[in-house]
Write a protein that binds this ligand. Sequence first.
Ligand code: NAP
Length: 316
Amino acid sequence: MKIWITRPMTAAVEARARADFDVEIRDSTVPLNEAEMLRALRDFDVVVPTLGDLFSAEVFAKAGAPRCKLLANFGVGYNHIDVTAAQTAGVAVTNTPGAVTDATADIAMTLILMSARRAGEGERLVRAGQWQGWHPTQMLGLHVTGKRLGIVGMGRIGQAIARRCHYGFGMDVAYVARSDKQLEFPAQRAGSLTELAGKVDFLVVAVPGGAETRHLINADVLEAMQPSAHVINIARGEVVEQAALISALQTGQIGGAGLDVYEFEPDVPQALKDLQNVTLLPHLGTATEEVRSGMGAMALDNVAAFAAGAALPNPV
Ligand code: NAP
């Protein structure tokens, strides 16, 4: 059985992959191009793809009857794979839920705090040698403790963020999701996204990407927000309409934003870079050695189950 891992992985993941499987590990860190995706489907039994490897319906159509029978995605988000087209072509898809939850919630906290307390702007000031010393009205930001939090998508990561904000920062939590949640902390389900947007200090986006959630956070949602409120996006770039967000930040319609992901990633528009009231991270959600090794272990567990003819642990 031939396996293709489409990016270099942590040493622990590469060592296990080489010990357990007949594996080829691609040494490029950029997404597969179309020719490589066709090779993936035609020349390998299992592929471990990740973010940016765009296995679209067109790619499956061009590949014909694929040799590949499993895309064991490295990551919980799989909006880069057309799952219906994959299944129609006889290709199963798995992902790595859970392994990413705490690290991504931690990055959401980083962004909430950085955005509210103007940490990026302050850091730039110090590095530029322009800091003139402490004074009572220097760089006043938004107080975080005790504020109102709105979670858009109360799944694993949304709940981990809410838990941190409730227990750690004494915040009032409200949310929107497709279904009611049984939660161990107090949280109100809002009637609509615009209602939620209107009443919170931090609107945190934690829904999966894909056609269903594209531009969920649009001009209407941003317009409903208070001028002091912040948008935090740790989900997928296309969930927030980037042009509308830039305009809301430029006009002061909202107080700020913290972004880990971008609509046309890795392109970050100059208009965003020019703004002081936005914190820009390079998709760091799961970027720790332990977590990336945990994600790799989970992806390889799915490969191992497939090789053994057992049930896949994490089908999507
Ligand atoms: P999850 O457990 O499946 O949670 C997703 C939540 O979104 C669910 O509560 C779901 O509601 C809700 N939802 C889906 N569509 C919705 C809609 N149209 N309106 C409102 N709510 C909706 O997934 P997760 O593990 O928390 O991960 C969430 C996403 O985070 C991933 O898909 C991935 O794209 C992203 N992510 C980013 C990073 C990063 O590096 N920045 C890292 C990891 C994950 P129901 O429960 O009612 O269905």
